[in-house]
Write a new protein. Structure first.
Ligand code: SF4
Ligand code: SF4
Length: 491
């Protein structure tokens, strides 16, 4: 397959060697799990349990609400000790409604849905229903409900299901290990998703710095003519959906459009494996593989972790810290978020936990912009970070919007490269949040206006109908009166 260049990008110190040779190990079941109701983009799940309830492994404990939502399941058997606000893995550190499950140590399974023995004979709808009921969300970090994404084949003509194995964030190696150790399951899950989407072709794209994953996936795919495994250049942010799509199709996703509008739907490798488990085994999403790494971690590892495990337990499992971390990160160092505390739980979108030393963190104080233009040269979205930041600093969000700040994929490349250490991406995340809020407000006002207009039209119509009815009644009365007079005269 021919590859196309992507614009800009950077080559940070990847430090993948810290964990890449660590085979996936399974974390012993914690005694307590903290399962937030909001682990995905969309509406939070609605709890089905209360304190004191006994649950079994795989049992649905919170159902999805609305079109974009996902249910939660018990990762083990035990007793619900509370449904209450608890620390959430969000930089704000704000608490979130959480189901707290005390494990009983028996790990006893609930009755699971029947496996779908031949997924390719099943209807696409049956696959999507199973994926929705299994609580699967995008496991590359975006956490968008996967069943909603599988619906895109209904509205759009899709050509390619693109399986994202780029894993371009430094330090993270969990996808690499999943591909090396579970290649057959990933390919099977990808083929099942392609069937649900109606996409004729599957492309698995892996950065060239993962030769063992490339080999394992190529072997697993070799039996299927419609599955192609390709190596893509090591260039951050190759793993962004838009840029990976551009690398394999040569086409840029227009602003405010989806890659699906170009006929390409992108899913992560771990999501493909989770779909396979849900369809072939009837298992909902109860755990995920993630990387614990960074210079401050004594024994970096790739670990299969039950959803709801507290980060402190992962750090203990990795031998603790060998020095005081300068920064704790949820995800990769480029796009990840600061971890507010070690007591927050792992959720479905947690791809990594990093504990970085002062040498691994650039904590230099920001200086003035020297207008070197480097941020413009490397921006993979063709934006002008220095100008956008200047507008945002002066509270001119509309001007930043005109320069395309909403097209920024928050990759952090501009902040990373800036010789003045200006935290550019923070400006853009702030501006995007504010603009989204503004749009929401405008839509609300627009909706209220439309409702008021519709109400006024309904009242006008009702008044007109009433008037017409009265006029008709009067006319009928006159006619009756005239006829009676006529009858009297003729008599
Ligand atoms: S890289 Fe930094 S210093 Fe250079 S133009 Fe951009 S914002 Fe200014
Ligand atoms: S964070 Fe946004 S503006 Fe900066 S390089 Fe990435 S896409 Fe461009």
């Amino acid at each position: 397959m021919r590859l196309f260049p992507i614009r800009g990008g950077i080559h940070p110190d990847y430090r993948k060697e810290l964990a890449s040779e660590q085979a996936i190990v399974v974390l012993p079941m914690p005694t307590e799990l903290f399962i937030p109701l909001q682990q995905h983009i969309g509406a939070p799940a609605e709890t089905l349990v209360a304190a004191g309830d006994l649950v079994k492994k795989g049992q649905m404990i919170a159902r999805s609400q609305g079109a974009v939502s996902a249910p939660q399941h018990a990762p083990t058997s035990g007793r619900i000790s509370a449904v209450t606000n608890a620390p959430a893995p969000h930089p704000s550190g704000l608490a979130q409604l959480t189901i707290i499950l005390e494990a009983d140590g028996r790990d006893e399974w609930a009755e699971l849905p029947e496996p779908i023995a031949d997924p390719f004979a099943a209807t696409p709808q049956a696959i999507k229903d199973r994926v929705a009921a299994s609580g699967i969300v995008g496991m590359g970090g975006a956490a968008f409900p996967s069943a909603v994404k599988l619906n895109l084949g209904i509205q759009l003509k899709l050509e390619i299901l693109l399986i994202n194995g780029a894993e371009c964030e430094p330090y993270l190696t969990c996808d690499d290990r999943v591909m090396r150790e579970h290649a057959d399951e990933v390919v099977d899950g990808a083929r099942i998703m392609a069937h649900a989407l109606g996409a004729p072709k599957v492309v698995v794209a892996i950065e060239d710095n993962k030769p063992q994953a490339l080999a394992a996936m190529a072997r697993a795919a070799s039996a299927y003519g419609n599955v192609e495994v390709i190596g893509v250049p090591v260039q951050y942010p190759m793993g962004s959906e838009r840029h990976l799509t551009q690398a394999i199709t040569g086409r840029e996703t227009p602003a405010k459009k989806l890659t699906a509008d170009l006929g390409v739907v992108v899913h992560n490798v771990a999501t493909a494996r989770a779909v396979r488990d849900a369809v072939r085994l009837g298992r909902p999403l109860l755990s995920r593989v993630l990387t614990v790494s960074g210079g401050a971690v004594r024994e970096p590892k790739n670990i299969e972790v039950p959803i709801g495990t507290r980060v402190s337990e992962l750090i203990a499992f990795c031998g603790g810290f060998n020095s005081e971390p300068s920064r704790l990160v949820n995800g990769g160092p480029m796009m990840g978020q600061p971890l507010p505390s070690l007591e927050v739980p792992v959720v479905k979108g947690t791809s990594g936990i990093l504990a970085l030393t002062p040498e691994e963190v650039n904590d230099a104080a920001p200086g003035p912009c020297i207008r070197c233009g480097t941020c413009v040269t490397i921006c993979p979205c063709g934006l002008s970070p220095l100008e956008m930041a200047a507008f945002i600093r002066n509270d001119k969000l509309d001007a930043a919007a005109r320069l395309g700040v909403q097209d920024c994929v928050s990759c952090g490349s501009c902040s990373w490269i800036c010789p003045s250490h200006i935290p550019l991406v923070h400006y853009f995340n702030y501006a995007k949040g504010m603009l989204m809020e503004q749009n929401r407000e405008e839509r609300k006002i627009e909706r209220t206006k439309t409702l008021a207009e519709e109400h006024a039209t309904r009242i006008e119509r009702a008044a007109a109908a009433k008037q017409a009815a009265m006029a008709a009644k009067l006319a009928a009365g006159k006619e009756k009166g005239g006829a009676a007079a006529e009858e009297k005269a003729s008599a």
